[in-house]
Write a protein that binds this ligand. Structure first.
Ligand code: VGL
Ligand code: ZN
Length: 242
């Protein structure tokens, strides 16, 4: 491909980082609509029982994303799922902080942490993917938030903003240039995952009808604003090629 040849010939730096960054900028940050090809991945964030009605941290209408994502999934050859996967007694649970209630914020060594009801505990029914999620060609599951003392909204970097999950390297080695991000919840794990994808140099899109939000004290509006500032394009299902 021309980009790779030019980089090598000029004796500049080779490697996936530069390649991904170059290709993303060639594709153009301003690009409004994603190409869906073998270098595009659909990242399906946390479509798990606990985030759907009946679950312990139910997102309003969270289950409505499932048919939208199932239909979208048929257009992608690369699909990756993230799975919130906490220890029992996880530091992000209000129950681990005496006197604190869910949705209050505490200060952790890595910064402020919203406290949640116990959710997505490893091996429980609540941590399982929704049974009606139908993405048989999904290739990879990235579990996150599995260290007792650190949360991880993002599929790429944990809440200390330092500890990588390995996803950036995985996608680069796979030659992925572009990520379409969907799932739960728009204002937490979708937003953080999408922003980190863009920061890692992937051309990144979030499909609004394929997400639902928690919306805690204006967090949804803030999340869309932050995503826009960080080169994440907000699109609709109709913006995707058929
Ligand atoms: C999430 C809060 C806590 C999410 C995960 O998937 O958005 N939110 N853990
Ligand atoms: Zn969680």
């Amino acid at each position: 491909m021309a980009g790779r040849f030019e980089i090598d010939r000029r004796g500049l730096i080779a490697g996936a980082t530069i390649l991904a960054a170059t290709a993303a900028s060639q594709a153009g940050k301003a690009q409004e609509k994603p190409v869906i090809d073998e270098r595009t991945v659909l990242i399906v964030v946390d479509v798990q029982n606990d985030f759907c009605p009946g679950g312990s941290l139910a997102v309003t209408k969270g289950d409505e994303v499932v048919p939208v994502i199932n239909a979208l999934g048929k257009r992608f050859s690369n699909i990756l799922l993230t799975q919130d996967w906490h220890t029992s007694g996880h530091a992000s649970f209000a129950s681990s902080h005496p006197g604190k209630k869910p949705f209050e914020t505490v200060q952790m060594p890595y910064g402020p942490q919203v406290l949640w009801p116990d959710h997505c505990v490893q091996g429980t029914k609540g941590a399982e993917f929704r049974a009606d999620l139908d993405l048989p060609q999904a290739q990879t599951i990235i579990r996150k938030g599995y260290r007792r003392d650190i949360d991880s909204y993002s599929g790429f970097v944990e809440a200390d903003r330092r500890t990588p999950t390995g996803l950036t390297g995985y996608l680069r080695e796979r030659g992925i240039l572009r990520a379409v991000v969907v799932g739960l919840a728009t204002d937490f794990c979708v937003s953080w995952t999408a922003q980190d994808a863009a920061k890692a140099g992937f051309e990144t899109f979030v499909v609004e009808e394929a997400c639902r939000a928690i919306d805690l004290d204006g967090s949804l509006a803030r999340a869309w604003a932050e995503m826009a500032e960080n080169d994440v394009s907000r699109i609709k299902v109709s913006d995707l090629p058929g």
